[in-house]
Design a protein around this ligand. Sequence first.
Ligand code: HEC
Length: 108
Amino acid sequence: MKNKIFTACIVAIVMVACAPKQIITITDVHAAKAATKYPGATLASLQEGKSMYEGNCGKCHGLKKPSAYNEEQWGKHVARMAPKAKIDKHTEDLILQYLVIVGSSTKP
Ligand code: HEC
Protein backbone atom coordinates (compact mmCIF):
# COMPACT_ATOMS: atom_id res chain seq x y z
CA MET A 1 0.00 0.00 0.00
CA LYS A 2 2.75 2.42 0.96
CA ASN A 3 4.54 1.51 -2.21
CA LYS A 4 1.53 2.36 -4.33
CA ILE A 5 1.30 5.82 -2.81
CA PHE A 6 5.01 6.30 -3.32
CA THR A 7 4.74 5.27 -6.98
CA ALA A 8 1.77 7.58 -7.47
CA CYS A 9 3.79 10.48 -6.08
CA ILE A 10 6.71 9.77 -8.39
CA VAL A 11 4.37 9.53 -11.38
CA ALA A 12 2.76 12.84 -10.42
CA ILE A 13 6.12 14.57 -10.03
CA VAL A 14 7.39 13.27 -13.36
CA MET A 15 4.17 14.34 -15.09
CA VAL A 16 4.39 17.85 -13.70
CA ALA A 17 8.11 18.16 -14.38
CA CYS A 18 7.86 16.92 -17.95
CA ALA A 19 4.67 18.73 -18.92
CA PRO A 20 5.11 21.13 -21.82
CA LYS A 21 5.03 24.82 -21.01
CA GLN A 22 1.53 25.23 -22.30
CA ILE A 23 -0.59 23.38 -19.82
CA ILE A 24 -3.81 22.57 -21.56
CA THR A 25 -6.16 19.97 -20.21
CA ILE A 26 -8.55 18.41 -22.64
CA THR A 27 -11.88 17.73 -21.02
CA ASP A 28 -15.19 16.05 -21.81
CA VAL A 29 -16.50 19.49 -22.76
CA HIS A 30 -13.95 19.67 -25.56
CA ALA A 31 -14.71 16.08 -26.54
CA ALA A 32 -18.46 16.75 -26.76
CA LYS A 33 -17.85 19.82 -28.89
CA ALA A 34 -15.43 17.93 -31.12
CA ALA A 35 -17.86 15.05 -31.63
CA THR A 36 -20.58 17.34 -32.95
CA LYS A 37 -18.19 19.10 -35.31
CA TYR A 38 -15.97 16.24 -36.43
CA PRO A 39 -17.72 12.86 -36.62
CA GLY A 40 -15.61 10.25 -34.87
CA ALA A 41 -13.62 12.73 -32.77
CA THR A 42 -13.18 11.70 -29.14
CA LEU A 43 -11.29 12.74 -26.04
CA ALA A 44 -8.56 10.32 -27.11
CA SER A 45 -8.29 11.72 -30.64
CA LEU A 46 -8.03 15.26 -29.27
CA GLN A 47 -5.30 14.11 -26.93
CA GLU A 48 -3.51 12.47 -29.81
CA GLY A 49 -3.82 15.70 -31.82
CA LYS A 50 -2.32 17.61 -28.92
CA SER A 51 0.67 15.32 -28.62
CA MET A 52 1.13 15.30 -32.41
CA TYR A 53 1.04 19.09 -32.40
CA GLU A 54 3.55 19.32 -29.59
CA GLY A 55 5.77 16.67 -31.14
CA ASN A 56 5.75 17.90 -34.74
CA CYS A 57 5.06 21.62 -34.79
CA GLY A 58 7.55 23.06 -32.32
CA LYS A 59 10.72 21.99 -34.10
CA CYS A 60 11.27 25.12 -36.16
CA HIS A 61 9.42 27.72 -34.11
CA GLY A 62 7.58 27.98 -30.83
CA LEU A 63 4.18 26.42 -30.40
CA LYS A 64 1.42 28.94 -30.88
CA LYS A 65 -1.45 28.79 -28.45
CA PRO A 66 -4.51 27.09 -29.92
CA SER A 67 -6.43 30.31 -29.22
CA ALA A 68 -3.96 32.32 -31.33
CA TYR A 69 -5.94 31.71 -34.52
CA ASN A 70 -9.50 31.00 -35.52
CA GLU A 71 -10.71 27.96 -37.41
CA GLU A 72 -10.16 29.42 -40.86
CA GLN A 73 -6.66 30.65 -40.04
CA TRP A 74 -5.63 27.34 -38.46
CA GLY A 75 -6.96 25.55 -41.53
CA LYS A 76 -4.60 27.53 -43.74
CA HIS A 77 -1.61 27.36 -41.41
CA VAL A 78 -1.86 23.63 -40.75
CA ALA A 79 -2.31 22.87 -44.47
CA ARG A 80 0.75 25.01 -45.26
CA MET A 81 2.85 23.52 -42.43
CA ALA A 82 1.93 19.85 -42.90
CA PRO A 83 4.49 19.31 -45.69
CA LYS A 84 7.14 21.09 -43.62
CA ALA A 85 6.40 18.83 -40.67
CA LYS A 86 6.21 15.77 -42.97
CA ILE A 87 3.01 14.51 -41.39
CA ASP A 88 0.33 12.44 -43.08
CA LYS A 89 -3.24 13.58 -43.69
CA HIS A 90 -4.58 11.71 -40.67
CA THR A 91 -2.10 13.43 -38.35
CA GLU A 92 -2.85 16.76 -39.99
CA ASP A 93 -6.56 16.28 -39.28
CA LEU A 94 -5.94 15.34 -35.65
CA ILE A 95 -3.76 18.41 -35.13
CA LEU A 96 -6.27 20.70 -36.79
CA GLN A 97 -9.17 19.31 -34.74
CA TYR A 98 -7.24 19.77 -31.53
CA LEU A 99 -6.27 23.36 -32.38
CA VAL A 100 -9.75 24.37 -33.54
CA ILE A 101 -11.68 22.78 -30.67
CA VAL A 102 -9.36 23.81 -27.84
CA GLY A 103 -8.63 27.19 -29.41
CA SER A 104 -12.29 28.10 -29.71
CA SER A 105 -13.22 26.94 -26.21
CA THR A 106 -13.07 29.13 -23.20
CA LYS A 107 -11.82 27.26 -20.20
CA PRO A 108 -14.52 24.95 -18.98
C1 HEC B 1 10.47 22.50 -41.00
C2 HEC B 1 10.14 23.61 -40.10
C3 HEC B 1 8.70 23.82 -39.66
C4 HEC B 1 7.83 22.89 -39.12
C5 HEC B 1 8.09 21.42 -38.81
C6 HEC B 1 6.60 23.61 -38.85
N1 HEC B 1 6.71 24.92 -39.20
FE1 HEC B 1 5.34 26.37 -38.94
N2 HEC B 1 6.55 27.73 -39.83
C7 HEC B 1 7.83 27.46 -40.31
C8 HEC B 1 8.37 28.66 -40.92
C9 HEC B 1 9.75 28.78 -41.58
C10 HEC B 1 7.38 29.66 -40.77
C11 HEC B 1 7.44 31.13 -41.21
C12 HEC B 1 7.26 31.26 -42.70
C13 HEC B 1 5.86 31.01 -43.11
O1 HEC B 1 4.93 31.57 -42.49
O2 HEC B 1 5.67 30.26 -44.06
C14 HEC B 1 6.26 29.04 -40.07
C15 HEC B 1 5.10 29.69 -39.73
C16 HEC B 1 4.05 29.13 -39.03
C17 HEC B 1 2.85 29.84 -38.62
C18 HEC B 1 2.57 31.28 -38.89
C19 HEC B 1 3.16 32.12 -37.80
C20 HEC B 1 2.92 33.58 -38.01
O3 HEC B 1 3.32 34.33 -37.11
O4 HEC B 1 2.36 33.96 -39.05
C21 HEC B 1 2.06 28.95 -37.97
C22 HEC B 1 0.71 29.22 -37.32
C23 HEC B 1 2.74 27.68 -37.99
N3 HEC B 1 3.94 27.83 -38.63
C24 HEC B 1 2.21 26.52 -37.47
C25 HEC B 1 2.82 25.27 -37.60
C26 HEC B 1 2.16 24.02 -37.30
C27 HEC B 1 0.73 23.86 -36.80
C28 HEC B 1 3.06 23.03 -37.56
C29 HEC B 1 2.86 21.52 -37.42
C30 HEC B 1 1.91 20.92 -38.33
C31 HEC B 1 4.29 23.68 -38.02
N4 HEC B 1 4.08 25.02 -38.05
C32 HEC B 1 5.47 23.00 -38.33
C33 HEC B 1 8.50 26.28 -40.21
C34 HEC B 1 7.99 25.09 -39.72
